[in-house]
Design a protein around this ligand. Structure first.
Ligand SMILES: [Zn+2]
Ligand SMILES: [Zn+2]
Length: 276
């Protein structure tokens, strides 16, 4: 089968590779995530990236694949930190989504109204829904207005928050809030935290750079982290997806992976989805 495989320098190349040994599912679409882009140049040779996957089950149903599974029983799972569970690190999508076939694995069924490309939004939206649970209601600044920032803005507005957005790219930035905000969501490295009101909350949702902990102490800020999603959030994302107004994706065949990567990196495409 064809798959996009990292070479010894971590560069992605479309190659012919053996399909998984056991029963497989046909990949219909796979979204390119910022975390995939981070892994380029780092991953060991032979890595197949891609975890925002829509595939077809043997019974014909289209499913958004569950990309990692917490055990659900350990103390960290029970405390709501499922993505730090020891079981969570094991990949469930083998070899990875930028391929024609993957090993049979669990997924959440998509309604017919949701096309394949839109179905790849289920995984990132699930991550955002889990993060949003840690953000109090109120006036919220979303830092980083790429695809993930837009998902956050849509989810927070839908639940009734007043949302402002900022981005290092001027064309993606919105009007600044007229006063301190109740919470900030960091989808990109943040400016200092002085825009967050005393007693406010900062959700760290990306590699976010350095904080002045003095600020956390003096102004009693709450710092919370959230990373990835659980099967419950994936199911919630499938249900919510039709109700959100989200950016369209650029859909390209796997042969045009390098072009899609460049569109994403340059900011000309907010979201790129590949179809095998
Ligand atoms: Zn992702
Ligand atoms: Zn666990």
């Amino acid at each position: 089968m064809r798959a996009v495989v990292l070479d010894a320098e971590g560069r992605p190349r479309l190659e012919e590779v053996p399909p998984p040994a056991g029963p497989t599912m046909r990949v219909l679409a796979c979204g390119l995530c910022g975390s995939d882009v981070e892994k380029l140049e780092h991953g060991p040779a032979g890595t197949v990236l891609g975890h925002e996957v829509v595939a077809r089950r043997a019974d014909g149903a289209r499913v958004a694949l569950i990309h990692h599974l917490p055990c659900g029983a350990c103390p960290r799972c029970r405390a709501g930190h499922e993505t730090t569970c020891d079981s969570f690190a094991a990949p469930t999508i083998v070899p990875g989504g930028f391929a024609e076939e993957v090993e049979v694995t669990d997924g959440v069924q998509l309604p017919d109204s949701c096309d394949d490309a839109r179905g790849t939004y289920v995984e990132p939206l699930a991550c955002v829904l889990r993060g949003a649970e840690r953000v109090p209601h109120g006036v919220i600044l979303v830092v980083g207005h790429g695809f993930i920032g837009r998902l956050f803005a849509a989810v927070l507005r839908r639940r009734g928050d007043e949302v402002f957005v900022s981005d290092a790219r001027p064309e993606r930035t919105g009007p600044a809030p007229d006063g301190p905000v109740d919470a900030a969501v960091l989808c990109a490295p943040a400016a200092p935290l002085e825009g967050v009101a005393a007693g406010g909350t900062v959700l760290v949702f990306a590699a976010a750079g350095q904080f002045d902990l003095e600020d956390v102490y003096r102004r009693e800020l709450t710092l919370v982290g959230s990373r990835s999603a659980t099967p419950r959030h994936l199911a919630e994302a499938v249900a919510l997806l039709p109700e959100l107004d989200l950016p369209a994706s650029t859909v390209l065949p796997l042969e045009r992976f390098a072009e899609g990567l460049e569109l994403y990196r340059s900011g000309r495409a907010l979201k790129v989805v590949f179809t095998p």
